[in-house]
Design a protein around this ligand. Structure first.
Ligand code: PLP
Length: 377
């Protein structure tokens, strides 16, 4: 059975060119980058080349990039390690209600240690209320962390505006850009972001490697104790192949960004148009204008998206639902709840996130199968 993969926000297939670039570091070039001999130096050189590629895609300096094990680790480091290092300046952080759990749970962890966190509301399109942000700023606010683009509904936040507000109040601005890097243009010099999280497996790179950008001059505590890797901020022998893969994925994504955005936007808009015209009683979740190119999130009336996913899987379609299944209890997504969906609407939400491997024929197949399954109910 042919697999049609529409879950690129969950993870993406690795690009073959990325794999080829990684291969030597899994085989002959296995040296530890801390070693002085030739294969050790090769590994070190490869890591630094990857650092340049990662820095390049967001327009920052290579020395401002720290490699991590995933987007979640980048988020944890940004929130917790910044807060620990700057607690003398204040103990208040502002974030939003629709962040990824890596941010929300990091904030909860800080709350348990005496920090205070404001969770901003979003409007029905999933965009943070900038006035509420301004009104939430206190004398002891040390950080604002707002995601670049949401993983469920694809909404892109007014990052430049938020960044300016943060700067005017001397507050550090972090953004979780795990869904955005490689999918939208990010020029940090222009946007004025202070810290940013990214993850390789969302842009056709390998799983288990991420990056954190920290602007020069910003202090944060060490995340893992041990050796002196990553400028003494994150101990542990580097995942050389993974880092090389992330670097290559960033290089390719930068070269291909224009095409990527246009193609995914076309696929997404074609899907939304067909669904809107051919299936009654649907609701498109998130903003139509300020949206990631490949994201469509649609609620189907009187539908259990979990059941829908099972039926789609039977015909080789991979997609995602709007519920988080925690220990067998199905709870409506916090993102869909925050934009005002009823539990029924949230439970009927299907997220399809397109990738460059998808074709218009794949989208036709998806729409026809959705019509068939929904009619058979
Ligand atoms: N932040 C966002 C917005 C995400 O979508 C994800 C993953 O889905 C993460 C963070 C975590 O990234 P990782 O899977 O690399 O830990």
């Amino acid at each position: 059975m042919k697999i049609r993969y529409f879950d690129n926000a969950a993870t993406t297939p690795i690009n073959e060119k990325v794999l080829i670039k990684m291969f030597p570091y899994l085989t002959n070039s296995y040296g530890n980058s801390s070693a002085m001999y030739t294969i050790g130096r090769h590994a070190k050189k490869a890591i630094e080349e990857a650092r340049r590629e990662v820095a390049d895609i967001i327009n920052v300096k290579p020395k401002e990039i720290y490699f991590t094990s995933c987007g979640s680790e980048s988020d944890n480091t940004a929130i917790k390690c910044f807060a620990y290092a700057n607690k003398d300046k204040g103990k208040h952080i502002i974030t939003s209600k629709i962040e990824h759990h890596a941010i929300l749970e990091s904030c909860r962890a800080l709350e348990r240690q005496g920090f205070e966190v404001t969770y901003l509301n979003v409007n029905k399109e999933g965009i943070v209320d900038v006035n509420e942000l301004v009104n939430s700023i206190r004398n002891d606010t040390i950080m604002i962390s707002i995601m670049f683009a949401n993983n469920e509904i694809g909404t892109i936040q007014p990052i430049e505006q938020i960044s300016k507000i943060a700067k005017s109040k001397n507050i550090v601005f972090h953004t979780d850009a795990v869904q955005a890097v490689g999918n939208v243009e990010i020029d940090i010099l222009k946007l004025g972001i202070d810290m940013l999280s990214a993850s390789a497996h969302k842009l056709n790179g390998p799983k288990g490697v991420g990056a954190l950008y920290v602007r020069t001059g910003i202090n944060f505590e060490k995340y893992i104790d041990g050796g002196h890797q990553e400028k003494n901020k994150r101990a542990g022998t580097e995942n050389v192949a993974g880092i090389v893969g992330l670097g290559e994925a960033c290089k390719l994504a930068k070269q291909n960004l224009g095409y990527h955005i246009n193609y995914l936007t076309e696929l997404r808009d074609y899907y939304i148009k067909r669904i809107t015209e051919e299936i009654p009683n649907i609701k498109i979740n998130g903003s139509l204008e300020k949206r990631l190119p490949g994201n469509a999130n649609i609620s189907f009336k009187d539908t259990d998206a979990q059941e829908l996913l099972f039926k789609l899987d039977e015909v080789g379609i991979c997609a995602s639902s709007g519920s988080a299944c925690n220990t067998g209890i199905q709870a409506p997504s916090h993102v869909l709840t925050a934009i005002g969906l009823t539990p029924e609407e949230a439970n009927g939400a299907l997220r399809t996130t397109f990738g460059e491997d998808n074709t218009f024929e794949d989208v036709d197949f998806l729409v026809e199968e959705l019509k068939r399954i929904l009619n058979d109910k």
